[in-house]
Design a protein around this ligand. Structure first.
Ligand SMILES: *[C@@H]1O[C@H](CO)[C@@H](O)[C@H](O)[C@H]1NC(C)=O
Length: 365
């Protein structure tokens, strides 16, 4: 267990476009100066959280809980957007593709199993570019998508799944203001009706009250670390807490009520997903020396299982369904499936992806 978040400052800011812009300008100045020295109001730092963690650490749970049938039928993939695999498309695959998890059933229906459905209908008046994290809003079935293009960073909302599998554009959720801290968003998670997005460029996790008409209620959890860039990646939420992968500190930060509760150490973390039933946090690591997906107990923060495969050198998006763990693999350009209890690799779900996969989501339609 590595619970030493003391080196990071965390601050929470509410609303206030002017204040946000001030801070962003400050951030840019710091960047320009070559030294990223972010000094934010420190609201709460948990130093030496070992004693608190000890309180939280319950008994060790076995990974296996007995079989539970999986429910998802499809997998959504968003793509990095480069030329490597799609030289005819200058932005790579600028779309979310839907693939089936059950090719046999698809083959029986006469639909080519490897033909992806284009999920996003044409977006009028908005551009999509560099799509990353995705999230389904449980209440509405709507899809949120992080659009990471630097000059046009935003989160877009698409409506429910239509009979042909596509979704209509609904609105741009964030940002409301030009100088929002939402720059280069990556992961998305919902917590108490607030949609949070991690950012790779501003050291922030930006929260937007998606239920509110007036989205001025944007607030940010901000992080500073002397001399080093803070680059957030995947994000998950569970039981009142956010789990945010941060590459610079090689850790997943556990934030509960805006307070840094723990820092789970793992090199080069990218994707994170919570298995609620097993109370496990899966984290993908693209650390060259030991790439893997590790499963951490949510209470003790210790590793309970690891998932590896020779060609799995850059795991990106992760998803769980029943006893299955799915991994979007950027170097192999595949979606891989593992058996959660045993740790065994079981099959390639999608092969020969047309661009580097980033986000992944399981759905029923
Ligand atoms: C799916 O249906 C919607 C209308 O419901 C339409 O706008 C869209 O173009 C269709 N997509 C495909 C791929 O046929």
């Amino acid at each position: 267990m590595d619970a030493t978040p003391a080196e990071m400052d965390v601050a929470m800011l509410d609303g206030g476009a002017s204040r946000t812009s001030e801070r962003l300008r400050g951030y840019r100045r710091a960047l320009a100066g070559g030294a990223v020295m972010l000094a934010f109001v420190t609201l709460a730092i948990v130093i030496g959280g070992a004693s608190k963690l000890a309180r939280h650490s319950g008994h060790q749970r076995p990974v296996s809980l007995g079989p539970r049938s999986s429910r998802a039928t499809y997998v959504y993939i968003s793509f990095h957007g480069n030329h490597r695999r799609s030289p005819t498309q200058d932005q790579g695959v600028n779309q979310i593709y839907r693939y089936t998890l059950r090719p046999a059933a698809m083959a029986a229906s006469g639909v080519p199993p490897d033909a992806p459905v284009h999920v996003l209908q044409h977006v009028l008046g908005e551009h999509t570019r560099l799509l990353r994290g995705m999230l389904l809003e449980p209440a509405t079935g709507d899809l949120f998508v992080a659009n990471a293009y630097y000059d046009d960073s935003k989160v877009l909302r698409f409506g429910p799944c239509e009979p042909n599998g596509s979704r209509a554009f609904v609105e741009r959720v964030a940002p409301r203001v030009q100088d929002s801290r939402l720059v280069h968003p990556y992961g998305l998670a919902l917590l108490d009706e607030t949609l949070y997005a991690t950012t790779q460029d501003t050291g922030s996790i930006v929260g937007v009250r998606v239920a509110e008409r007036d989205r001025a209620l944007e607030h940010s959890l901000e992080f500073g670390r002397a001399g080093q860039k803070v680059a957030f990646r995947g994000l998950a939420s569970f039981d009142g807490c956010l789990y945010a992968a941060e590459e610079g500190s090689s850790s997943v930060l556990k934030l509960c009520d805006g307070v840094l509760r723990a820092s789970i150490h793992i090199r080069k973390p990218i994707g994170v997903v919570v298995d609620e039933r097993r109370r496990l946090l899966f984290v993908g690591s693209r650390w060259r020396k030991r790439p893997r997906v590790a499963a951490f107990d949510l209470d003790s923060h210790t590793t309970v299982q690891e998932y590896t495969l020779g060609r799995m050198t850059h795991p990106a998006g992760l998803a769980v369904d029943g006893d299955r763990l799915y991994v979007a693999e950027q170097d192999a350009l595949q979606v891989l499936e593992f058996d959660i209890p045993s740790g065994q690799f079981t099959r390639v779900v999608v092969d020969d992806l047309p661009d580097d996969p980033e986000g992944m989501l399981l759905t029923t339609c």
